[in-house]
Design a protein around this ligand. Structure first.
Ligand code: PGA
Length: 255
């Protein structure tokens, strides 16, 4: 982390877990554990839990995010939710282009870009996910792919709007598998993302962008991962569903 130039952000990604009642309970458990954090603390929750999450987090240092948004403000898009709707519900962040959405829901680099722009236009901070599969890594395409995905996601995003973008480097092979990237692999991947931003916006701008690592980050490995210069925080899946584990990661990012 390089806190003197960019914010450290720990964000939970609850995926398809927790009912509204469970949301209230978990956030109430987390609040006292993370209240002294010296980093931003975000929980990205299912749409139906947003109301409960915003209420439970009120007056605390926890900010609420969603896990996706559509690229249109309104219209005939059955089952979708717009960025404006999220803002109206008190949401501040949104995860865009998570690998599970790319893998199971037909998300492409183009739709990731459209959703990113819609989120930024609505005033949300976008947590944009990029990452290579194991096959791509083994073929030696990690750098090319991360740079391509990063640049595609940021097409037509201005330098001003970039201030509200966080990129999460999440190697697909490390998500939910218990296999974490080594600290060196995480730093290298995040470094490729930063290099892509530097190519598009200049090195000075790239230095200020928060780049998270995600993929089996947990209470045990967070310290080491977050000690790397290019790792400015984490996008946490499984470990964000346990108050104690999540708070240990927040404390690691607060050092
Ligand atoms: P994980 O998920 O921490 O459970 O690997 C991370 C993510 O998918 O954002």
């Amino acid at each position: 982390m390089k806190k003197e130039v960019r914010s450290a952000v720990i964000a939970g990604n609850w995926k398809m877990n927790k009912t509204p009642a469970e949301t209230t309970q978990l956030i109430n458990e987390m609040k006292p554990l993370v209240k002294d954090a010296d980093c931003k603390v975000v929980l990205c929750v299912p749409f139906v839990d947003i109301d409960a999450a915003v209420k439970a987090a009120e007056g605390s240092n926890i900010e609420i995010g969603a896990e996706n948004c559509h690229f249109k403000s309104s219209g005939a898009y059955t089952g979708e939710v717009s960025a404006e709707m999220l803002v109206a519900c008190g949401v501040k962040y949104v995860v865009i282009g998570h690998s599970e959405r790319r893998q199971y829901f037909g998300e492409t680099d183009q739709t990731v870009n459209l959703r990113t722009k819609a989120a930024l236009d609505a005033g949300l901070t976008a947590i944009v996910c990029v990452g290579e599969t194991l096959e791509q890594r083994e073929l030696g395409y990690t750098e090319t792919l991360l740079k391509f995905q990063t640049k595609m996601a940021l097409t037509n995003v201005s330098a001003e709007q970039l201030k509200n973008v966080i990129i999460a480097y999440e190697p697909v092979w490390a998500i939910g598998t218990g296999v974490t990237a080594t600290a060196e692999q995480a730093d290298e991947g995040n470094g490729y993302v930063r290099a892509a931003i530097a190519e598009a916006y200049g090195a000075d701008v790239a230095e200020t962008v928060t780049v998270q690592y995600g993929g089996s980050m947990n209470a045990k490995n967070a310290d080491e991962l977050l000690s790397m210069v290019n790792v400015d925080g984490g996008l946490i899946g499984g470990a964000s569903l346990k108050a104690e584990d999540f708070s240990v990661i927040v404390k690691a990012a607060s050092k």
